[in-house]
Design a protein around this ligand. Structure first.
Ligand code: ARG
Length: 475
């Protein structure tokens, strides 16, 4: 390139909006500006962006890179900016690309040169990574709390229904009687694991990227441990290249969110089924249902249906994020800007869904008679008859076959096993005696499953109480 074929690019931009515009000879088109900007969605991290900046400024002052006066000015300016944002008075500009540059520009407007010193030893690359981690950490804490609230509601309802019996299903065919409390506590287990998963994910979220700067670290004698302490991070990221480009923690969060929604979706599926007049096991409070504009009789379980539907987008965000990362070389790439909307939506969906479910579960009206009537159909106690024979010395396989014959007979007669007279039952096996009728009752069947994890009412009570103690305030 010849030296004199062009004059050094003068800054021709009308308002020299971009922080980096001095390098360029022409502005981006409006479409490219919109395409590359993230401020419309990343402004919701503003609070954390400011926290990160304050911690950074505090550290710069502590090592003498900026003066105490500059730091005081930054504190003051940021407090004003936070006020403006909270009051909805802050004017966000797409010309300034993202949340970071919008806030920095306003800081300079408010406090002058001190504001221009804030970005010393820092890049938006480690800044944004820090902001997202702070944001996700906060969402994790909220989600864990909601999961425990939901477990409490499930356990409370379970305590009321330790003795309520419904058919347990496999293949959606009547299998064996179970207590409704036991069924509810199955979900309390799932949500308990979800909370554990988030707690584990939080450990990897809670590491500080700041200090990595653009990718290689910085030549200032920074004190990363100090920044980590200020922001409540457990440790600092150990490799600057990894620190600016790692989004594993966001993927882990999205995976945990997808599993939460998957559990919610399974529960929703049951709520919808149970509320169908054909099943009629429960009723949901009106405030979670809507009517039909054409069919006056309808009461539709919209909330569980939508929750089941929203699971799809949360699962999708996980795949989107995995795909976003799979082709990226080290270190930061602009691709990463695409990490936010799905992540935010996953967190929002989980938060809203759990909040609604906490309320909804508390308002489930249980129709115990319908559950009981259903459990009495479909030979739910057939296994109990087999077990009865086994306890009298009959090998299980033989007992199984004997009961199968009895069930066929009942089907032909259109009656239940417990309706067969003793004489007829003894026709199937001579070891059957009068006490069989206690075994063939629903109550006898569930009470017999009295071991850790079993459906017996006494066990369900213990489990529900354990969960209530585990999730009581202060846990
Ligand atoms: N808005 C960007 C993001 O969300 C911030 C980092 C931009 N860094 C850069 N060098 N362009 O990832």
């Amino acid at each position: 390139m010849s030296k004199n074929n062009s004059s050094p690019p003068q800054n021709q931009f009308a308002n020299k909006a971009q922080a980096w515009s001095a390098r360029f000879s022409e502005p981006v088109s409006d479409l490219v500006k919109r395409y590359t900007a993230s401020v419309n969605f990343d402004q919701r991290m503003a609070d954390f962006d400011i926290q990160g900046s304050l911690a950074h400024a505090d550290m710069l002052a502590s090592i003498g890179i900026i003066s105490a006066e500059d730091k005081a000015a930054i504190d003051r300016g940021m407090a004003l900016i936070l006020e403006e944002i909270n009051a909805g008075r802050f004017s966000w500009s797409i010309d300034l690309e993202d949340v970071h540059l919008n806030i920095e520009k306003r800081l300079v407007e408010l406090i002058g040169d001190a504001g221009k010193r804030l970005h010393t030893g820092r890049s938006r690359n480690d800044q944004v990574a820090t902001d997202i981690r702070l944001w996700v950490r906060n969402e994790i804490d909220i989600a864990i709390d909601l999961l425990h609230q939901l477990r409490r509601k499930l356990a409370t309802l379970a305590l009321e229904h330790t003795d309520t019996i419904l058919p347990g299903f496999t293949h959606l065919q009547v299998a064996q009687p179970v207590t409704f409390g036991h069924h509810l506590l199955a979900y309390a287990e799932m949500f308990g694991r979800d909370a554990e998963r988030l707690t584990d994910c939080r450990k990897r979220v809670n590491r500080l990227p700041l200090g990595a700067a653009a990718l290689a670290g910085t030549s200032y004698p920074i004190d990363r441990e100090r920044v980590a302490r200020t922001l409540g991070f457990e440790s600092v990221c150990r490799n600057s290249l990894d620190a600016v480009s790692d989004r594993d923690f966001a993927i882990e969060f999205c995976a945990a969110a997808a599993l939460i929604m998957t559990h919610i979706s399974r529960f929703s599926e049951e709520l919808v089924l149970w509320m169908s007049p054909r099943v009629g096991f429960i009723d949901l409070a009106d405030r979670f249902c809507t009517g039909s504009s054409i069919m006056p009789q309808k009461k539709n379980p919209d909330v569980p249906e939508l929750a089941r539907g929203k699971t799809g987008r949360v699962n999708g965000h996980l795949i989107a994020l995995l795909t976003l990362m799979k082709g990226q070389p080290l270190a930061y790439n602009k691709d990463n800007q695409e990490d936010k909307e799905g992540l935010f939506d996953s967190a929002d969906t989980v938060r809203d869904t759990l909040t609604i479910f906490v309320d909804m579960v508390g308002g489930i009206r249980v129709k115990a008679e319908a559950m009981r009537a259903a459990a009495l159909q479909g030979f739910a106690t057939a296994t109990d008859l087999a077990d009865y024979l086994v306890k009298k010395g009959v090998p299980f396989r033989d007992a199984h076959e004997t009961v199968a014959h009895a069930v066929r007979e009942c089907e032909q007669r259109g009656c239940d096993l417990a309706d067969l007279p003793l004489n007829d039952l003894q026709g199937f096996h001579g070891l059957i005696e009068q006490d069989i009728y206690g075994v063939l009752t629903l109550e006898g069947s569930v009470a017999a499953r009295n071991h850790i994890g079993g459906t017996a009412p006494v066990r369900v009570r213990q489990e529900a109480e354990r969960i209530l103690a585990e999730t009581s305030a202060g846990q």
